[in-house]
Design a protein around this ligand. Structure first.
Ligand code: ZN
Ligand code: ZN
Length: 645
């Protein structure tokens, strides 16, 4: 499962685009990719509002007044004081979602992401900035991203010419909602004498709305549909004022605005009620009503209409009517030019959402093979394909058996510390034998039926580990063949397994099955242990000669223990944490000198050349303190005592 996180910042247009994009990505990728939309930057306001409500209690009017003030002061661009708070909410969204790819529409989000990446507290994710209102692209010059997606060529070209931190700029079109996609193949030709249909999306004060309708209707060729939304009073007023006028239709709340726009020749609206991009996507010209409180913020939209030449700006009822009039003069030359350009925009917008979604899915999937970002390297990484020193730990347990951490946590834990390869080797027992049954009662080992789910989860994490940390995750198992005595007990690791292996088979058959899958066979803690309270597993050691051909490597180090005899006998060796919880990170590890590639790593261990062990200490966290053995472990002791945890 890959995660895509879309960060929005309160703006309605962003939210439309985010939802459209999410739906398209999910259509395209199926269950493979999970998309989450998070709004950042509003949380601070939420707590403000709660605080105010609490303070003022029942004095509702005063509270509303104060709320208005808070909203006003929070509107517009970011104040300096809100930046830290905003950064935190971006960081939080990243931590909770741990995405492979982040999409953002807002410059501020892009900058907050950069700070986060700079922090190196979290490893890599790809960033796609969608410059929706990039009339002023200059600001995007400063935003680092893997891709900046712009609605049209102009801004994209402008960015490309500059030396910018973004890796790629693409003019892919504005991701419009599906209802606004133009479905007309040929241009509708208005017959002479047919009325000119104007759609007026009312978003102004009552008086202005009434006067606008009045002025528009003065032109006998014009028919007006006024959409008033939930303004019931305005609806009544309009009906009262124009009574039986058959050239006026008043509509309330519209579900499918796209279809309604399609039925008209021209749209009159204030920027913000609907995105101008979506009106253009339907292929209709627009007269934008300027002014109002958000005028400054909406300037981009006005600039857009002027730049594309597919409509006009107006700021009073009289001017609105004049613009329409002028466009219809001379048999509608002006209008036809607007419409031609609007249609051009509609072709550009067609499929834009799908193209962007496709790009996202491709990138999030391809991230596993692309060469990206090791976040914290223990050792300097040379070019791919070259031999290098690799820090490796091939003995770890997760919650699938008696470990404390989930697979995801394990991967993050090792990945963040710069490990090059790890194996998760959860315990598995044969339910068929008596001791297996007892151990199974503790719920701390897997049996055959748990394995499919375990392998599926490992595969998912294997991809994530590589995309995120450039860390190789080997799926593995630890076969617990527990007898009643140490000499009859063996723990065998199978590393880099492709599919489940039945733990009920004889030991040699298990070894053969592991090798048949290309895996490594490793004898875990094969000698007497001094520091551990678990029971020794000596079966393999006692039958060294017999089993040597079946075992690729013997653990010379297991957590704090060192087994000198493995060295004395010149057996191929390896060391691992037998990791169950964070403090086990302080333990023996293996260093290899080979290519960072699964087959090369396994070959290096088999040959047992260029292998060394090292005692790893993690200084980033204080796991050194001795933790008390928890209840789970003591249960295991009581029930079994043979199962080493
Ligand atoms: Zn073990
Ligand atoms: Zn183990």
């Amino acid at each position: 499962m890959r995660d895509v996180l879309i960060l929005t910042n309160g703006q309605e247009e962003h939210h439309y685009a985010a939802r459209t994009l999410r739906d398209r990505i999910e259509d395209l990728a199926g269950t493979d990719v999970r998309v989450e939309i998070r709004e950042v930057g509003q949380e601070g306001m939420g707590s403000w509002i709660a605080w105010i409500r609490e303070r003022l209690g029942k004095k509702k009017d005063a509270a509303e007044k104060l709320l208005k003030w808070v909203r006003r002061t929070n509107e517009g661009t970011f104040g300096k004081s809100r930046w830290p708070q905003f950064r935190r909410s971006v960081a939080l969204a990243l931590d909770e979602g741990t995405p492979e790819l982040v999409i953002f529409f807002d410059l501020a989000v892009g900058l907050a992401l950069q700070e986060r990446v700079g922090d190196r507290t979290e490893a890599g994710f790809q960033r796609i900035g969608v410059a929706l209102e990039a009339e002023n692209v200059r600001a995007w010059e400063k935003v680092p991203a893997d891709l900046i997606w712009t609605a049209d060529e102009g801004p994209a070209a402008e960015l490309k010419h500059k030396h910018i931190p973004a890796k790629e700029v693409r003019a892919g079109g504005w991701p419009v909602r599906p209802e606004f996609v133009c479905r007309e193949r040929s241009e509708a030709k208005g017959k002479p004498g047919e009325p000119f249909r104007v759609l007026y999306l009312v978003n102004s004060r009552r008086r202005k709305a009434l006067r606008t309708v009045e002025r528009l209707l003065k032109n006998r060729k014009v028919r007006v549909t006024a959409v008033v939304g939930r303004e019931e009073e305005l609806k009544a007023d309009l009906r009262k004022a124009f009574g039986v006028e058959e050239r006026l239709t008043v509509r309330g709340w519209i579900k499918n605005l796209g279809a309604l726009i399609r039925e008209h020749d021209l749209v009159i609206t204030k920027p913000g009620m609907i995105t101008v991009r979506e009106i253009l996507a339907v292929g209709r010209p627009v007269v934008l009503v300027e002014g109002g409180k958000k005028a400054e913020e909406r300037k981009d939209m006005c600039r857009l209409v002027v730049r594309l030449g597919c409509g006009a700006l107006a700021d009073s009822p009289g001017e609105i009517a004049k613009r329409v009039e002028a466009a219809l003069e001379g048999g509608g030359v002006g209008f036809r030019e607007w419409r031609r350009r609007a249609r051009k925009e509609s072709f550009r917008a067609e499929g834009a959402a799908e193209r962007l979604a496709e790009t996202v899915v491709q990138r999030v999937r391809a991230a596993s093979t692309a060469d990206r970002l090791p976040e914290l390297r223990l050792l300097p990484a040379p070019a791919a394909g070259q031999k290098q020193l690799l820090m490796v730990d091939l003995h770890c347990h997760s919650v699938y058996s008696d470990g404390r951490m989930s697979l995801r946590e394990l991967v993050d834990f090792y990945g963040r510390r710069g490990f090059d390869a790890m194996a998760v080797t959860d315990h598995v027992v044969d339910k068929g034998c008596l001791i297996g049954r007892l151990v199974d009662l503790t719920g701390l080992v897997m049996t055959m039926e748990d394995l499919p789910e375990y392998f599926r989860a490992l595969q998912e994490e294997r991809n994530r580990a590589w995309i995120k940390y450039r860390m190789i995750l080997f799926p593995g198992m630890e076969f617990n063949l527990d007898g009643l005595t140490a000499k009859r007990s063996a723990h065998l690791l199978g590393v880099d397994l492709k599919e489940p292996i039945d733990p009920g088979m004889k030991l040699k058959a298990i070894c053969e099955a592991i090798r048949a899958q290309g895996g490594l066979t490793i004898a875990a803690h094969p000698h007497h242990m001094t520091s551990m309270w678990g029971r020794d597993t000596l079966f393999l050691w006692e039958r060294q000669e017999e089993y040597q051909p079946y075992i690729d490597a013997w653990e010379i180090g297991n957590r704090d223990d060192l087994f000198n005899p493995v060295g004395l006998k010149r057996l191929p060796f390896i060391a691992g944490s037998d990791f169950h919880k964070p403090k086990h990170l302080t333990s023996w590890k293996t260093l290899l000198f080979c290519e960072k590639e699964p087959e090369a790593i396994k070959a290096c261990i088999r040959e047992n050349k260029n292998v060394s062990i090292t005692l790893f200490r993690d200084h980033r966290f204080g796991w050194v303190a001795e933790e008390k053995r928890d209840k789970i472990q003591s249960t295991a002791v009581k029930v079994g005592g043979w199962s080493r945890t």
